[in-house]
Design a protein around this ligand. Structure first.
Ligand SMILES: Nc1ncnc2c1ncn2[C@@H]1O[C@H](COP(=O)(O)OP(=O)(O)OP(=O)(O)O)[C@@H](O)[C@H]1O
Ligand SMILES: [Mg+2]
Length: 356
């Protein structure tokens, strides 16, 4: 394994099916060696984006570059991309070694070179002992690793993975996630990884692109997305959140003044991108940032649920409007269902964000 990954650039890439925009025009720059995750709900366009990069789907508009090469109209096989699919897509009648070597053979790599590279990747992935075993006699987790070995053996400039762990049980998933991360650190392949599992995205990624409705809603580090979500969809999708209907009446110097209907009052809070007076918005307060007290000023509420989580407890708090918000704080046994409290937060811990 000598070469590492190349940068990838998408400019205005889109895909329509009839009139349906599976992917709206998208710009995306992936740094060489980066691990980027596409995270989003079912139907948000993750696989479409991956297939466009791989060359399995033709773009309706836009261009794709890998390194300095424009690959927009190159067939998949000429893009030097490794792909791992959700269902592994291994050849059932072949052995482990044959599955891994197949991609090299069709690329015209000599028999000896093929053998050398297959055995190198097998040893890297600790699969040496299985080289002659029929693929169907491997467990799900082992097959997944063979699929990964098959993608890596061609020394791809870009590695694409579409929900590669979704068939594994939770515990095995966690193990393979850590293995993937170590392997990535070692090989430095530019990687684009698709999942709808938020935790998995957090474990693996340098950056995350949150997708919804055929659009990258936000691209950034885990921290940036959590602390400064671009809109209510992103806020709700990453981490837990209280999102309250808000009418923005004025904005000035990074702060928004908003009538927060469920609170029955006007709030001044920090604001996210694109917030303007009159545009539909939400007030975001994370459960760990929502403070409450039995005494003092604040928004009146009543404890309607307590969930003991150990050192912390989670509280369901009913506002006077009837809406329930969630708060998480150090367990206090005197806080029981029915207790009247008042809500508050520290400056900067409430954010007005666009509704979508
Ligand atoms: N060949 C196709 N013909 C018509 N519509 C398609 C085609 N492929 C995808 N779509 C539509 O494009 C949208 C995005 O699909 P895509 O497979 O990219 O979603 P996804 O984010 O990968 O979802 P999932 O998490 O369920 O795999 C969906 O609404 C899907 O129905
Ligand atoms: Mg998909």
């Amino acid at each position: 394994m000598t070469r590492t990954g190349l940068p990838l650039r998408l400019a205005g890439v889109s895909r329509r099916y009839g009139t349906f925009p599976a992917l709206t025009p998208t710009d995306l720059d992936v740094v060489a060696g980066e691990f980027l995750t596409l995270l989003g709900p079912s139907g948000s366009g993750k696989t479409t984006l991956l297939n466009l990069i791989a060359g399995y789907v033709e773009p309706t508009t836009g261009s794709i570059e890998i390194g300095t090469r424009d690959v927009t109209h190159l067939p998949a096989r000429q893009r030097n991309i490794g792909m791992v699919f959700q269902n592994y897509a291994l050849f059932p009648h072949m052995t482990v070694g044959e599955n891994i070597g197949y991609g090299l053979a069709v690329r015209g790599v000599s028999k000896d070179e093929c053998k050398r590279r297959v055995s190198e990747i097998l040893s890297l992935m600790q699969l040496e002992e299985f080289v002659d075993r029929p693929i169907q006699k491997m467990s799900g987790g082992q097959q997944q690793r063979v699929a990964l070995a098959r993608a890596l053996v061609i020394e791809p400039d870009v590695l694409l993975m579409d929900e590669p762990l979704s068939a594994l049980d939770k515990q095995l998933r966690r193990t393979v996630q850590l293995e993937l991360r170590r392997l990535h650190q070692r090989l430095g392949r530019t990687t684009i990884y698709v999942t709808h599992d938020q935790e998995e995205a957090l474990v693996l990624s340098d950056r995350i692109a949150v997708m919804d409705q055929g659009r990258i809603q936000q691209l950034g580090s885990v921290e940036a997305i959590y602390d400064r979500p671009a809109n209510a969809f992103v806020a709700g999708f990453i981490g837990e959140s209280n999102l309250l209907a808000a009418k923005v009446t004025a904005v000035a110097e990074g702060k928004a003044t908003a009538d927060v209907e469920p609170f029955g009052r006007t709030i001044v809070a920090s604001m996210g991108p694109g917030v303007e007076a009159g545009k539909p918005a939400r007030l975001l307060v994370r459960p760990e940032h929502l403070l409450f007290n039995k005494t003092g000023d604040g928004i009146p509420a009543e404890i309607v649920e307590t969930v003991y989580l150990g050192e912390l407890s989670q509280y369901g708090l009913a506002l006077e409007s009837g809406q329930i918000v969630t708060a998480r704080q150090i367990t206090d046994r005197s806080l029981q269902t029915g207790t009247k409290v008042t809500l508050s937060w520290k400056p900067g811990h409430a954010l007005v964000v666009l509704k979508s």
